[in-house]
Design a binder for this molecule. Structure first.
Ligand code: TXA
Ligand code: MG
Length: 341
């Protein structure tokens, strides 16, 4: 199959309407979408990604009104979060309506929903006329795709269409955040953050102060010998965000035995923060390096840097660990998962 790259929303919407998959940009990462009312279309997502069927999908909506198609129970805390963060990179978990396909929810009684803050995405959903289920548009286990080119690398010939922004001529323009949405579940007794993401934990805690991270909750329960440890978001147990290169985390460049004659790092990459590095000291040592001027820039470029290193067959990527607060924690989460074998 030939993969069409287009900036024409009508063409992309017509693929979705007829039960085909398309990849589309959001403010976080590219999604691989299918209409929510066709199991045949939804199956294609799992097949194309090589995604395990017990990992549920996020439903993307274009207006708050569409939420009532998916759930009858919008709790008070979720409502507060919607008011603060939608449209935006926050996914909320609700008790699902019976009509929602089990393929989307992987048999759970809850459904994950988000409203992207990206006009092209919401216009697309609006044109299709029903919400769109979409995981990140990468082959399972790979770093998420933050440009049209990344999607092509993973899905060329496997999906019929990629929608790209008309505002950019280049196919390698990156999505704004470059990290996935934050996932929060307020539908139970205790509001829990299930996946760190583009909105930092602290920002959400400002709106709902009793928000707790699932790891904190699990360690509390363990210490109290309560057996019902909360399961993670199902997707969290899988290998994630991994480039082909080996990812090694370092606190600072001084951990590496660098000197200007060093040949040991020629097939290596380095990504880190400008502020902590003397940029002249190592420029010629790594095959590829990226110094970011902020944690936001680090987050927006991380997956793209991983993929660029892979296309240059770099074998080792050294990643400087970011400060352990705000978005730094989200980046750290991705780095740790990417560094696991
Ligand atoms: O930014 C994003 O969230 C991107 C863009 C495309 O919207 N999407 C994305 O989807 O990252 P995906 O499928 O790669 O990650 C969805 C995460 C998975 O960890 C999945 O297990 C979790 O959300 N999830 C989905 N439904 C859930 C549910 N009912 N309960 C708990 N976790 C759920
Ligand atoms: Mg994903």
């Amino acid at each position: 199959m030939e993969t069409l790259i287009t900036d024409n929303i009508e063409i992309a919407a017509s693929f979705l309407r007829s039960g085909e998959l398309i990849a589309f940009p959001t403010e976080t990462v590219y999604g691989l979408g299918a209409r929510i009312d066709s199991d045949e279309a939804l199956q294609k997502i799992f097949l194309a990604k090589g995604r395990p069927s017990d990992n549920p999908l996020i439903i993307h909506i274009s207006s708050q009104g569409e939420l009532s198609l998916l759930t009858d129970q919008i709790d008070e805390l979720s409502q507060k979060l919607i008011e603060h963060f939608w449209p935006g990179p926050l996914t909320l978990i609700f008790k699902k309506k019976r009509s929602i396909s089990n393929l989307i929810t992987a048999g759970l009684d809850t459904v994950a929903v988000r409203m992207p803050a990206f006009d092209l995405a919401t216009s697309l959903i609006n044109k299709v006329g029903i919400p769109i289920a979409a995981p990140s548009a990468n082959r399972s286990g790979r770093p998420s795709a933050t440009s049209c080119e990344h999607v092509m690398n993973d899905f060329n010939g496997l999906i019929p269409c990629i929608l790209k922004s008309p505002s950019t001529n280049s196919i390698d323009c990156l999505t704004k955040y470059g990290l996935e949405s934050t996932v929060v579940n307020c539908s139970g007794e205790q509001p829990i953050l299930l996946r760190m993401g583009s909105i930092p934990f602290e920002e959400i805690q400002k709106v709902i102060p009793n928000l707790i991270h699932y790891q904190t909750l699990n360690s509390q329960k363990e210490s109290q010998s309560i057996l019902s440890v909360i399961p993670l978001s199902p997707g969290m147990k899988y290998r994630h965000y991994s480039p082909q290169a080996k990812v090694i985390l370092i606190r600072s460049l001084s951990e590496l035995p660098l000197d200007n004659e060093s040949k040991a790092f020629t097939s290596s990459g380095f990504i880190g923060l400008e502020a902590s590095v003397d940029s002249h000291s190592f420029q010629n040592i790594f095959q590829k390096s990226l110094l970011c001027s902020s944690v936001e820039e680090y987050g927006a470029n991380l997956f793209s840097f991983f993929r660029d290193c892979d296309s240059e067959h770099i074998q080792t990527i050294f990643c400087e660990t970011p400060p352990r607060n705000g978005l730094g924690n989200t980046i750290m989460d991705r780095l740790i998962k990417a560094s696991l074998d």
